[in-house]
Each structure stands twice: as structure tokens, then as C-alpha cells.
Design a protein around this ligand. Structure first.
Ligand SMILES: [Fe+2]
Length: 334
């Protein structure tokens, strides 16, 4: 086979390839630029041949290029690529740098292959945008579904309360007070709905307690009190499987814990108790005292405040109590 003809074929091939090709000698002096490289890199072949690769880069990036070329020169078989953005023409290019060594492992030159990756890159960007949109849509459906389940639970809790004239509307009132305290501290944020759901459902565990105890018209015996104490743990157990993010059920489970650690079900103390539970605890106690019971009249506003004040630091969180009093003294809670 005619070697000259083969060499000419190589030359034509390199010249006509769709990828841009720039070849330099071992010192980085450019010896070859094909048509595609002229087009892609916006350079003129005649101006670049004989010049050093470094001169084709801006002053600011020369140090980086020098380091990269040095790496290639000393690492046979290594290749590295850089993505270049042409924001004026909205194009993306990938430049692949390859050192060329001879049989004696001596560097003979460096090849830079420039490929237009705009389509691939845009397809990847579109795919990422599509995936993100899908995630957002799924999240919205999940939230809707979650709201639907919680609404069903709320209806159940309301039904339970409606059977007893003394507790009718209790969870709604607790929710209102809880919301006011929470909003006073944080405003409306991403946990706002969770704390509202917890307040609305805090006593749903009573559904598992015998009616004779829940609706007993008189004071509970010690044994009956032990049974009804189960309701906060039971409520947490009911909501837990419906609350995959665990945003609500812990608040419900611990709403009868006390700040001094003498509450139930787990005798948690202080800040170990979820903040939502500490808020509901004070709202729950206030509403229970303000409502009449078969064995006692409703307590007055002042009596309730005195009772809460007496239990700051033992039953109630001092900081949350302070917010509660701020709201009560300014007429937001009555
Ligand atoms: Fe409760």
C-alpha cells in the first residue's frame, strides 16, 4: 500500500472530521488546526499555526493550562476534558486533551479534540428539569393525600368529642391557642400545619379507651386515671403510620409530658419534649380549666392564669408560658 497515499488519507480525515482537532508538538507549538476547530473555537488556522497553545488562552487561565499540559506531558495514557460554554451562541463544547507518545514513551505532541455537546447537554438539562417538575408534582400529591388522611382523622376526633357535651370543641380550641402561641414565636413557617394537625388530633387516642372512663360523669379513680393516661401514647401509635415524615405523631405522643420530667408516657423533661408538645400542653391545660366538668364549674380567666403561673417550670415550659401570658394579657387568649 502506498504510504504517501495513507498519510494523505489521515490528513484528509483529520481535516474533515466533525470534531475540532488541534495538534501541537511536545512544546505546545500548534502544528495543525482542522476546519471544525476553526469553526468551534472561533479561530483562524493561519493565525494559530506556529503559535504556542498557551497564547491561545487568556492571561487569567494560562497558569491552569500550563499545569494541565505539564500533567499530560508526564502522564502517558492520561486524558482530561474541560467543558466550555459559549454563552453568546448558546453552545456547549467539550475539549478533550490527549498527549501523544511514541514507542520510546517520548512525548511527541498534544491533541485537543473539541466536540459540540450542546444537544446532549440540553437533553440532560431538560431531563433534570423534567425530573424536578415530577418531584414537585409528587410532593404536591403526597401533601394533598396527607391532608386528606389528617382531615379524616380530625373528623373522627370531632365525632369522639361531640359525644360528650363537656369536651365538645376542645381540640379545636386547643388548636386555636396552640396556633396563636406558635405564630407569636415563629410566624407562619413550614411546621405551621404540622403543629395544627397535632393539636387537632392530640386526644384521638381516647377512641381506644372505654366510654365508661372517657365519658365518666364524676372524678376518675386512680385505676381509671392510669387507663386514660394511655391515650397520648395510643394517639401517637394511631398517627405514626399515617405520618411518614414523623412530623406530627411525636408532638401528639408527648403532649402530657411535664417540664420537670414527671409527665407521661416516657417521663421526658425540659427541651427533650418536642416544642409542639410543650405548646399543646399549656393550651390543653388552659382549655380544660376554662371548660366546666360534671364535677366542677369552669374556672375563671384569672383563676386559670394563676394556676398556669403556679406550674411554670414544673408542668410548663417557662419560655412558652411567657408567650402564653403575653397573648393572654393582650386579649388574644380569653
Ligand atoms: Fe390529652
Amino acid at each position: 500500500m502506498n504510504e504517501e497515499w495513507v498519510q494523505r488519507l489521515y490528513g484528509l480525515l483529520l481535516q474533515q472530521m466533525k470534531d475540532g482537532i488541534i495538534l501541537s508538538d511536545a512544546d505546545g507549538n500548534i502544528v495543525f488546526v482542522n476546519d471544525a476547530a476553526e469553526q468551534i473555537r472561533k479561530i483562524k488556522r493561519d493565525e494559530k499555526i506556529g503559535k504556542n497553545m498557551l497564547d491561545c488562552h487568556q492571561e487569567s487561565s494560562r497558569e491552569k493550562v500550563t499545569r494541565a499540559l505539564q500533567y499530560l506531558k508526564t502522564h502517558e495514557g492520561s486524558v482530561f476534558s474541560r467543558m466550555v460554554t459559549d454563552s453568546i451562541n448558546d453552545k456547549y463544547y467539550e475539549n478533550v486533551y490527549t498527549p501523544v507518545f511514541d514507542e520510546e514513551h517520548t512525548l511527541q505532541g498534544i491533541a485537543v479534540l473539541s466536540r459540540d455537546i450542546t444537544e446532549r447537554r440540553k437533553a440532560e438539562e431538560n431531563k433534570a428539569a423534567y425530573q424536578r417538575a415530577q418531584e414537585i408534582a409528587h410532593e404536591a400529591i403526597r401533601e394533598q393525600f396527607h391532608g386528606l388522611i389528617m382531615t379524616s382523622m380530625e373528623m373522627l376526633a370531632n365525632l369522639l368529642e361531640a359525644r360528650d357535651v363537656y369536651t365538645n370543641g376542645h381540640s379545636k380550641r386547643v388548636c386555636d391557642i396552640t396556633t396563636k402561641i406558635y405564630e407569636q414565636i415563629y410566624g407562619i413557617n413550614e411546621h405551621y400545619l404540622d403543629i395544627q394537625w397535632a393539636a387537632k388530633l392530640h386526644d384521638i387516642g381516647k377512641i381506644c379507651i372505654p366510654d365508661a372512663i372517657v365519658h365518666k360523669p364524676g372524678r376518675l379513680t386512680t385505676d381509671e386515671y392510669e387507663v386514660i393516661k394511655q391515650h397520648s401514647k395510643l394517639a401517637g401509635d394511631i398517627i405514626r403510620p399515617l405520618d411518614p415524615g414523623s412530623r406530627i405523631w411525636p408532638i401528639i405522643r408527648y403532649h402530657h409530658e411535664r417540664y420537670d420530667g414527671n409527665g407521661y408516657p416516657d417521663r421526658k423533661k425540659g427541651k427533650e419534649i418536642p416544642e409542639g408538645s410543650r405548646i399543646i400542653s399549656i393550651a390543653d391545660a388552659y382549655d380544660a380549666m376554662r371548660s366546666c366538668r360534671p364535677y366542677r364549674e369552669a374556672m375563671s380567666f384569672e383563676q386559670c392564669l394563676d394556676e398556669i403561673k403556679r406550674n411554670i417550670g414544673t408542668q410548663f415550659d417557662p419560655e412558652i408560658s411567657e408567650v402564653f401570658f403575653e397573648l393572654a394579657n393582650t386579649g388574644s387568649i380569653d
